[in-house]
Design a protein around this ligand. Structure first.
Ligand code: RIB
Length: 303
């Protein structure tokens, strides 16, 4: 399976706190550390560790953080199609509370400079089985990549995160949309708390298959004109949910089999991705928590 990921790479500065501070409040951290992160980077590492031949198109600064992220991506056996730009490498400040829930602020930095794709990068997209996109990259780049992929029969997997910037009519250019409940409601133009069945029917009406991740409840998988299926989560002790959604997306893309019945393939890829996320939430940090395919298979066999 060959996967091209286009997206962000950030250096995550993670603070462990008893609880996330309210506006105007100061809290003391129990400890802090920096990890490789960024939704695109996490998804590329997850796809590579799950066994896919993975290429990652990314913009990094000419700085120590850029060198560190590039080195870590190469260690994960990703083919890095990186450009160095005149902006600092992206960073994220992350608070993780005692329940493992997080709050994240991203400074896009170099990621905002990924404003076009070279002919070589477009050729890589056309040659790949799957293209993975998220929304920490400028929308014109996301859109151009989608159109190139669709014209070449490359499967487009869009993780519409963070929410708020994607025109819903562009879902017609997406093969598989992966969103959490909050992102699904926002994209569907429905109020928070709308049930996943209603969200599923609004989103699949645009012609794409949809996976709505439900945290500890698992995931809901549906396609245009098919009956949605619930894939249960694995009960595990949660230490840190940072990047768990990205692990899901990367592992999903790596296992999606376009040469078989799509409905079955969607459910099987979701089961594998759910297991990969279950392993990730038991470890700290985004990058370091990402499991290998062998670990995921072992975990599934033990269940
Ligand atoms: O999804 C988690 C990621 O979001 C973090 O690694 C952070 O960098 C932000 O991009």
């Amino acid at each position: 399976m060959s996967v091209v990921v286009i997206g962000s790479a950030n250096l995550d500065l993670v603070y462990e706190v008893e609880r996330i501070p309210a506006p105007g409040e100061t809290v003391l951290s129990r400890g802090s550390a920096s990890f490789p992160g960024g939704k695109g980077n996490n998804q590329a590492i997850a796809a590579a560790r799950a066994g896919a031949d993975t290429k990652f198109i990314v913009a990094l600064g000419r700085d120590a953080a850029g060198d560190r992220l590039a080195g870590q991506a190469r260690n994960a056996e990703i083919t890095l199609l990186d450009r160095r730009v005149d902006a600092p490498t992206g960073t994220a400040v992350i608070f993780v509370d005692r329940k493992g829930e997080n709050s994240i602020v991203v400074n896009s930095g170099a990621n905002a400079e990924l404003v076009d794709l070279t002919d070589d990068e477009l050729a890589e997209i056309r040659a790949a089985d799957v293209l993975v996109l998220q929304l920490e990259t400028p929308l014109p780049t996301v859109t151009a990549a989608m159109h190139a992929a669709r014209a070449a029969d490359t499967v487009v997997v869009l993780n519409a995160a963070p929410s708020g910037s994607f025109p819903v009519e562009l879902l017609s250019q997406v093969d598989v949309l992966i969103v959490n409940e909050h992102e699904a409601a926002e994209l569907a133009g429905e109020p928070a708390g709308t049930g996943e069945r209603s969200l599923m029917s609004v989103l699949t009406a645009h012609g794409c298959d949809v996976v709505i991740t439900l945290g500890s409840e698992g995931a809901f998988v549906g396609g245009h004109g098919t009956v949605p299926v619930k894939v249960p989560a694995f009960p595990v002790d949660v230490k840190d949910t940072t990047g768990a959604g990205d692990v899901f997306v990367g592992a999903f893309a790596a296992t999606l089999d376009r040469n078989t019945d799509m409905e079955r393939s969607l459910v099987e890829a979701t089961e594998f991705a759910t297991a990969a996320s279950a392993l990730a939430v038991q470890r700290r940090g985004a990058g370091p928590s990402i499991p290998t395919g062998t670990e995921v298979h072992k975990f599934l066999a033990s269940q």
